[in-house]
Design a protein around this ligand. Structure first.
Ligand code: CA
Length: 225
């Protein structure tokens, strides 16, 4: 069971989410303003924050930045705003994922599972990750199936590792560039697209309609096992 801080100023939505999360076994703390969210986060030490961006007192982005000053708690943003720019700004400020309003309960629960799941580490001896018909073995850097093995270049490996370490999670473009090419790396979004297309051609059953290595237009990428 995890403790979730729900921050939402719409009382109906807050109530519905509280009931849903409680029914899924979560302990729930709530806040209807940004200031209350910050004090509840400090006092209640939640395992996860679900944060509405449009709050009456503080902007949700300010709440994210304040939280990131002292905690790495996963943050899922609820955004009623249509523009991808706000989502990118929220991710850059330190949010982990977003759900666009209106959203279904299943979608919110899936996002919560993804951000609270521990990232896969090769030393854990975890079983291979599946992509289509392929098994990805992180520990010895092999991709195999009953048809044989597929060879990946070092950059393709780094990109694939960044994906499979965060199953189901949204990975922002900037984060992915940093994970593959380093903080002062030479990567840009066009090289990212190039390598991603190569990976899709090697691994996706139908590279033109990817089902595992997904693009969230203008925002980032997501790996669905
Ligand atoms: Ca609101």
């Amino acid at each position: 069971m995890s403790r979730v801080l729900l921050v939402e100023d719409d009382p109906h939505l807050l109530r519905n989410m509280r009931i849903t999360l409680h029914a899924s076994g979560h302990e729930v703390i709530t806040a209807a303003t940004g200031r209350k969210a910050l004090s509840e986060a400090a006092a209640g030490r939640p395992d996860l924050v679900v944060l509405d961006l449009g709050l009456p007192d503080l902007d949700g982005l300010e709440v994210i930045r304040s939280l990131r000053g002292w905690t790495g708690v996963p943050i899922i943003v609820l955004s009623g705003r249509a523009s991808g720019g706000d989502k990118v700004t929220a991710l850059d400020a330190g949010a982990d994922d977003y759900v666009t309003k209106p959203f279904g309960v299943d979608e919110l629960l899936a996002r919560i599972r993804a951000v609270t799941r521990r990232a896969i580490a090769p030393e854990d001896g975890v079983p291979a990750v599946r992509i289509g018909g392929w098994s990805v073995h992180l520990a010895d850097r092999r991709v195999s199936s009953d048809r044989g093995e597929v060879k990946l270049t070092p950059t393709e490996w780094k990109l694939l590792e960044a994906f499979v370490r965060h199953p189901g999670k949204l990975i922002g473009q900037r984060q992915l560039l940093t994970e593959v090419w380093g903080p002062v790396g030479t990567g840009d979004t066009s090289s990212l697209r190039l390598y991603l297309n190569r990976l899709r051609r090697k691994l996706e059953p139908d590279p033109s309609r990817p089902r595992h290595l997904l693009t969230e237009p203008g925002i980032g990428y997501r790996f669905l096992p």
